[in-house]
Ligand binder design. Sequence first.
Ligand code: CU
Length: 335
Amino acid sequence: MRHFVVVGILVIAMAVLTYIGLDSAGLMPVQASAQSVPIDRMWNEQVIAMSFLFALIVVPMVYSLVVFRRKKGDTTDAQHIEGNTNLEITWTILPLFAVVAFAYLGGNSLAQTLRADPEATVIKVTGRQWSWSFEYPEYGVTSPELRVPVGKQLHLQMTSTDVIHSFWVPEFRVKQDLVPGRVTEMRITPTMEGSWKVRCAEICGASHYAMETPVIVMSQAEFDAWMAEQVALAAEAAATPEGRGQALVNASGCTACHAINGVGGNVGPTWNGVFGHEVELADGSVVLADEAYLAESIKAPQAKIVAGYETQLMPAYGFTDEQIADIVAFIKTLR
Ligand SMILES: [Cu+2]
């Protein structure tokens, strides 16, 4: 009996210490959304259960090793034990209750993170290899970074143009896949101003690691000012071919692979200075990068492969000839 009391006290002490240790390790980034509250509560409950189970296993084991060691010179057999029905019933029933309780808590937290606000702002999210774009249908604006006002629920309607991606901002906790041919939804209510990053959380190809873009939560006034600027820029851009081309480039994620003025990926060649210059192709020939060549490169990317980029694949886009002409007009402006 004395052993049970001592072990019981040690288990509780060890559980408390383990919990305090894990809790102060700062495993979580800041809590920046309303949806993170039920998730963090659930996490905390699991950490408590984990700490207790850890203590329940480790303490009796170490205690037995130390206290019930074989005495020097004792060569007798150990006591034979046949099993214990009460113990078996207990350790079946208690975990069963624990699992059912966690299933209930989990269902509850899930329902809270999915709760829809009818006033939510709709944002259409597109993921592609390897970039994001965010369309604000209310304003007719598309942005390569996600800027949102604090305190309002966002209703993200997400899809992918190629493979499965996954939208994940650790500070918001929730995560959702983007599936080609389907629209998946997610609700996020940012509760804190700040600047974070959305990362793709589904391995989606060679540059998966680079598929991230800023997420900026600002005050309503700052957001309104930014949006007014975007609306004005979009109207201005729509009036010229190179402006329309630039908007298409921004909305299509070309800069995931092509750097413009030093900003962007290096999977494909930079566009600066390409127009009017000679391009060496993989087959050893040389072509002049005129309008026709650039248009063909976009329309039929595999028709002429630039030397040095044989192993990289430029995707095909379903652009119209006018759209391609606009993009070429934009590339021509890049000296
Ligand atoms: Cu991805």
